[in-house]
Design a binder for this molecule. Structure first.
Ligand SMILES: CC(C)(COP(=O)(O)OP(=O)(O)OC[C@H]1O[C@@H](n2cnc3c(N)ncnc32)[C@H](O)[C@@H]1OP(=O)(O)O)[C@@H](O)C(=O)NCCC(=O)NCCS
Length: 180
């Protein structure tokens, strides 16, 4: 099924099985994201919104998340990943759309992300090429942005963005409780 046609049903199905990442999940998520070569910054930070999905044996099969700008108008979509054995079946699109919906419910009006390898996947979800410096300017405090600026990696990154649909404020996801 083309990503643009991934129905609400698929997003709703994964929404019921996704688990918000807490400290007990961080080691597993770190290993999962390391295997798919994604950034590991701030996975234990309470201001990063992250979810994992697991199979019946408890193995992580997918992850998704975002960070918000201080004014909450911009979301940096991050950590969207599917286990290699489950790819090309619409799962990644559902995970990405879940994060986009959740960021919109938090009030974000624009979604941004870095992706050097998966541009066509994001284009199917409505993203267009963006200016990496503009991304860094609207999300200067995002952990991933700070890491890329400090390491010099920003200039090697490819940025993408799209507008977000309006969502009603009463559906907000709510902040995660800080770790005890
Ligand atoms: C990118 C990723 C999440 C896609 O997951 P997925 O479950 O395979 O995605 P979907 O099945 O929903 O794919 C949707 C569409 O995008 C296309 N697509 C998926 N990955 C693609 C890629 N890397 N390059 C080009 N097209 C891609 C699919 O062919 C599909 O198009 P179609 O419906 O016309 O066939 C997965 O490949 C992954 O985890 N990659 C490693 C981590 C990563 O790069 N994450 C993104 C950066 S945050």
């Amino acid at each position: 099924m083309p990503a643009k046609d991934v129905g609400r049903t698929e997003v709703e199905r994964i929404a019921s099985s996704l688990v918000r990442v807490e400290d007990e999940h961080v080691a597993g998520l770190t290993a999962f994201l390391q295997d798919v070569d994604l950034t590991l910054s701030a996975l234990d930070s309470p201001d990063v919104f992250l979810w994992i999905d697991r199979d019946g044996a408890g193995r992580i099969t997918g992850s998704t998340g975002f960070e918000l700008s201080a004014d909450r108008r911009h979301a940096l979509i991050r950590s969207v990943a599917v286990h290699p054995s489950a790819r090309r079946a619409g799962y990644g699109s559902a995970l990405a759309r879940f994060a986009l919906d959740a960021a919109a419910r938090e009030g974000a009006q624009s979604a941004w992300l870095f992706s050097r390898r998966s541009g066509p996947f994001w284009q199917k979800l409505g993203f267009e090429h963006a200016n990496r410096d503009e991304l860094a300017a609207v999300l200067p405090d995002a952990h991933q942005v700070r890491l890329f600026v400090e390491s010099g990696q920003l200039q090697r990154e490819v940025a993408w963005s799209r507008r977000l649909d309006h969502a009603s404020p009463h559906e907000r996801t709510g902040p995660r409780q800080p770790f005890a």
